[in-house]
Design a protein around this ligand. Structure first.
Ligand code: G6P
Length: 612
């Protein structure tokens, strides 16, 4: 969480930093701030979104060819102007932007107070800048040396950039467990939490590794060393991202754009991996580690949030199609419960951002225990994609709306391909079914497009549920994780309490909640357990609940008993989640919009959760 951007070069830093902060706003939007140097240091910060900062600085001195900026997701200290970054050292000489948490800040702060430092904010970050300043003053150290020593005393996670008023010809940056990308331009450098602020300026990037410190100068030189003072040879990569993908285009919100992108993003995920006519399906990530993957005794899938729901679908897919035992874990639980993980396990991490702190930590634990670690990741070059032994990118492109949509269907697509690939090779999928599945897969993008046609109907329906306080989502089999995901989407962006449940579990509790005011969304597509889900709908209706059913096109039985039905195209059962999630994404979008909520930036949330 928190987004950081910095620039040093010959251009005006302010517009570059503000544009970058807007692209990073998905990481947090509690406050924003910039520090710019032009003969003197000007620091501006404001509670609220980047646009609030922009209004606040109107008419102020925004000049300078070097600067740092921050958009915050509050951890230590409430969101207000004072706790906003950048933070400064006692004498105002140093300014810092920080993403992460300094866990031992309280001890460090106490020692610094004893030495006479005074603090103005409640943040952990301010402690770090005071510490660097104190070290610099004590032994008259170069900034990079003071940063290096300070970081060796710090416990926690950080991506930082420090600007020294006494030497504004350089910036010093460092990272540990929070992402940081260095962009290399013509006699100019960019530093950012991800590569999006660099797009349009440079395509040469270096993803800094943990415990690396970069010093970038306005004469076009830079150096990377480790916290142990060892000089590193930078690995410069080419960035492959275009501006259209970072903008809303003709859509009102990123979330809607991303929902509508799904026919293409799912096709992109399958591109080069499936060819039904030629009868093949390839997964490079599995081929790279074929022996260990095929000899694995068990798969463990670890993830958070929406990615965890995708993992649950993975469990159904892997067990049904490839007959491999799968356990699905919340990464935050797995990492702290001393789990049994063996050398012959494969641990799959699912993550859109590739930066989620808990998922990262769970993977590190699995790696230490000798398991093969595999990533299903969207963000190219992210931390998770770099520590895994192998993996599959989902190729969904940048996802900016905080509520995940296209990354979810990308993850499910990747898992589906993996399950079919392994199932066929292991002989658990007969040849004829294999070919049927490949043909079915290729039709999915067109069917997703067809499923999106319910948009108008869903928009009308949404109006009826604007004032609802609670909603229940029910599903069975592959549609159970979709019930969880539908409920999460509604909670996240409309702030309506919603619960997802396995349909049959309803009678063990949630049924007590049902009355004539309770909307119940039932994902009731026409495959196995169809009769059972029809009975569940009857049970809801018997208690006067309002049933919104997601059904397979042409279904006549459910439309007779449900209050509202939304149709999706028919498909092979394992592909159902890719279609049944579409109306639920649209439903939450339209309800949130009708309630006047900020759909792309829901309160209290951030897209990339780099703290525990
Ligand atoms: C946050 C986001 C969710 C996301 C989850 C996991 O909570 O708001 O949309 O599903 O983090 O993120 P990841 O990047 O690991 O998929």
């Amino acid at each position: 969480m928190c987004g950081i951007v910095a620039y040093i070069g010959k251009k005006d830093a302010y517009p570059i930093i503000i544009k970058g902060l807007k692209r990073l706003e998905y990481r947090g939007y509690d406050s924003a701030g910039v520090a710019l140097f032009n003969g003197d240091l000007n620091v501006y910060k404001k509670k609220g979104k980047v646009n609030d900062l922009v209004s606040f600085v109107k008419g102020k001195n925004l000049s300078g060819n070097v600067g740092i900026g921050h958009t915050r997701w509050a951890t230590h200290g409430e969101p207000n102007d004072i706790n906003a970054h950048p933070h400064t050292s006692d004498d105002g000489r140093l300014t810092i932007i920080h993403n992460g948490i300094i866990e031992n800040y309280a001890t460090l702060k106490e020692a610094l107070i004893k030495e006479g430092h005074t603090f103005t904010s409640d943040t952990d970050t301010e402690v770090l800048v005071h510490l660097i300043g104190a070290l610099q003053d004590k032994d008259n150290l170069e900034l990079e040396e003071a940063v290096r020593i300070a970081l060796s005393q710090v416990v926690g996670a950080y991506a930082i950039v420090v600007l020294d008023r006494n030497d504004p010809t350089k910036l010093v940056a460092a990272r540990k467990a929070s992402p940081l990308v260095l962009g290399i331009g013509q006699d100019e450098f960019f530093l950012a939490s991800d590569a999006t602020p660099l797009v349009g300026y440079t395509s040469q990037v270096v993803y800094l590794n943990d415990e690396e410190i970069a010093v970038v100068s306005n004469d076009g030189t830079f150096e990377i060393k480790t916290i142990d003072n060892e000089i590193q040879t930078p690995f410069i990569q080419l960035l492959n991202m275009n501006i259209e993908k970072l903008e809303k285009g003709n859509y009102e919100h990123f979330m809607l754009k991303e929902i509508y992108e799904q026919p293409n993003t799912i096709a992109d995920c399958m591109r080069g991996r499936v060819n039904a006519a030629a009868g093949w399906l390839k997964m490079g990530g599995i081929e790279e580690q074929e022996e260990r993957i095929f000899n694995a005794k068990r798969f463990i899938m670890a993830a958070c949030g929406t990615s965890w729901h995708a993992a649950l679908i993975g469990e159904y897919l892997f067990e049904e199609l490839a007959r491999i035992p799968v356990e699905v874990e919340y990464a935050s639980e797995l990492r702290y419960r001393n789990p049994i993980i063996n050398k012959d396990d494969v641990v799959i991490a699912l993550s859109q951002s590739g930066e989620t702190a808990d998922t990262m930590a769970a993977l590190e634990l699995a790696k230490d225990k000798g398991a093969l670690i595999y990533g299903i990741v969207n963000s190219v070059g992210s931390s998770i994609s770099r520590i895994t032994d192998s993996g599959s990118y989902i190729h969904a492109g940048p996802e900016i709306g905080v509520a995940s949509t296209k990354a979810f269907t990308g993850q499910v697509t990747a898992l589906t391909l993996m399950a079919i690939y392994m199932g066929y090779k292991r002989g658990t999928i007969p040849k004829s079914y294999y070919h049927q599945l490949l043909e079915g897969l290729e039709k999915i993008p067109a069917k997703v497009k067809e499923a999106l046609e319910c948009d108008k109907q869903v928009k009308e329906l949404a109006k009826k549920f604007i004032n609802t306080n609670h909603t229940l989502y029910l599903g069975r089999g592959y549609n159970f994780p979709i019930a969880l995901e539908g409920a999460l989407k509604l909670k996240e962006i409309s702030y309506i309490h919603a619960e997802g449940y396995p349909a049959a579990e309803m009678k063990h509790g949630p049924i007590a909640l049902i009355d004539e005011n309770m909307p119940v969304v039932v994902i009731a597509t026409n495959k196995s357990a169809y009769e059972k889900i029809v009975s569940n709908i009857q049970e809801v209706k018997a208690r006067k609940g309002i049933v919104i059913a997601i059904v397979t096109k042409g279904d006549e039985e459910i439309s007779k008993i449900a209050d509202y039905t939304i149709e999706i195209p028919d498909t092979e059962e394992p592909f159902t989640p890719l279609l049944s999630v579409i109306p639920l994404q649209l439903l939450s979008y339209h309800i949130a919009l009708a309630r006047g909520c900020n759909v792309d930036q829901p309160r209290n949330l951030a897209k990339s959760v780099t703290v525990e």
